[in-house]
Ligand binder design. Structure first.
Ligand code: NCD
Length: 323
């Protein structure tokens, strides 16, 4: 692995598969009463969140702690400094504290790249979501969840549905799933497809009913009202009618097809409650898998490339065996 994880495009197929197989080992810890490995003891991870987050922040915190790292959470929201200044000053502070990894979420696309390419810090930088640009660990946890359900992603059809324009999740998934051999179709109203989407390794469609019966995975996206400064569709009801996943549409899916959502969901808008809570939904599992995948990423960036098991001292094995 390279020193930073900024974009899903940073990962070769081998590297992505190494993250997934390492995550599988980390995942087995989640079912044990003692969920901790000593792998990153003495290392410091700072979670630097300039933007709201529930799942991602908690997930990175749990991941760092389960690897025995010292985890410092810094919610920078509300800072009165301008963005450029605040990022640099904060980075210098983190460097002074000896951070080994900085996990950063920022409202501005490119902020983690700025941090990584500066000489402000020496630590690894992990992009936890930058503006409307990328969210690589979300794509990794999504791929991991698909892989656990479907096996190899080669030739698998993944429909990503909704507000692609504002979604860093969609972009990172499109890039990573392509690397892993899947065929991605973005389904969205024309107004919610980004300019330049023809350069992405995907197909596009405006017709949800035509796409989902062939899909192995249907991934729904939230409509990101907070990033919208104009009207992108007539009404919420009209949006749901054309691009929402409800029980009727779910009935057209193949038996093995799974339904995903990165969260936070707006029930009744892009997905109905009966679909979100159905047997096909792996939405809660995505959250569990997120911790394992982030453990794998932090471990590989900071710890080494050996499988985690080989680093476990006997005492941890004993704890596991007791379970
Ligand atoms: C997403 C995000 O923040 O990019 N959520 C997440 O990280 N799980 C998607 C969203 O906000 O809709």
């Amino acid at each position: 692995m390279k020193r930073h994880l900024l974009s899903a495009a940073d990962l070769t197929r081998d590297e992505a598969e190494l993250v997934l197989s390492t995550a599988e080992e980390m995942r087995s810890l989640a079912d044990r009463p003692i969920k901790k490995l000593p792998a990153l003891r003495g290392r410091t991870i700072v979670n630097l969140f300039f933007e709201d987050s529930t799942r991602t922040r908690i997930s990175f915190e749990a991941a760092g702690k389960r690897l025995s790292a010292d985890v410092i959470n810094f919610a920078a929201k509300g800072s009165s400094l301008s963005k450029g200044e605040s990022l640099k000053d904060t980075a210098l502070t983190l460097e002074a504290m000896g951070a080994d990894a900085v996990v950063v979420r920022h409202g501005a696309s490119g902020a983690p790249h700025r941090l990584a390419s500066s000489n402000w810090i020496r630590s690894s930088v992990v992009n936890a979501g930058d503006g409307t640009h990328e969210h690589p660990t979300q794509a990794l946890l999504d791929a991991f969840t698909m892989w656990r359900h479907l096996g190899s992603l080669d030739g698998r059809r993944v429909a990503i549905v909704g507000d692609v324009l504002h979604s860093r999740v969609a972009r990172s998934n499109a890039l990573l799933l392509h690397t892993l051999g899947a065929q991605v179709t973005l389904v969205s109203p024309p107004t919610l497809l980004p300019v330049g989407v023809e350069t992405w390794p995907v197909e596009t469609s405006y017709d949800l009913d035509a796409v989902i019966p062939k899909a192995d995975v249907v991934m729904m996206l939230r409509v990101q009202q907070e990033r919208m400064h104009a009207a992108f569709f007539p009404t919420a009801r009209e949006y749901s009618r054309r691009y929402g996943l409800d029980g009727r549409r779910m009935a057209s899916l193949q038996d093995h097809t799974i339904v995903m959502h990165p969260g936070p969901m707006v029930r009744g808008m892009e997905i109905t409650a009966d679909v979100a809570d159905s047997d096909r939904s792996v939405i809660v599992e995505q959250v569990t898998n997120g911790v394992a995948v982030r453990m794998a990423v932090l471990y590989l960036l900071l710890g080494g490339s050996q499988p985690a098991e080989t680093e476990q001292p006997a005492e941890t094995d004993t704890e596991g065996a007791d379970a």
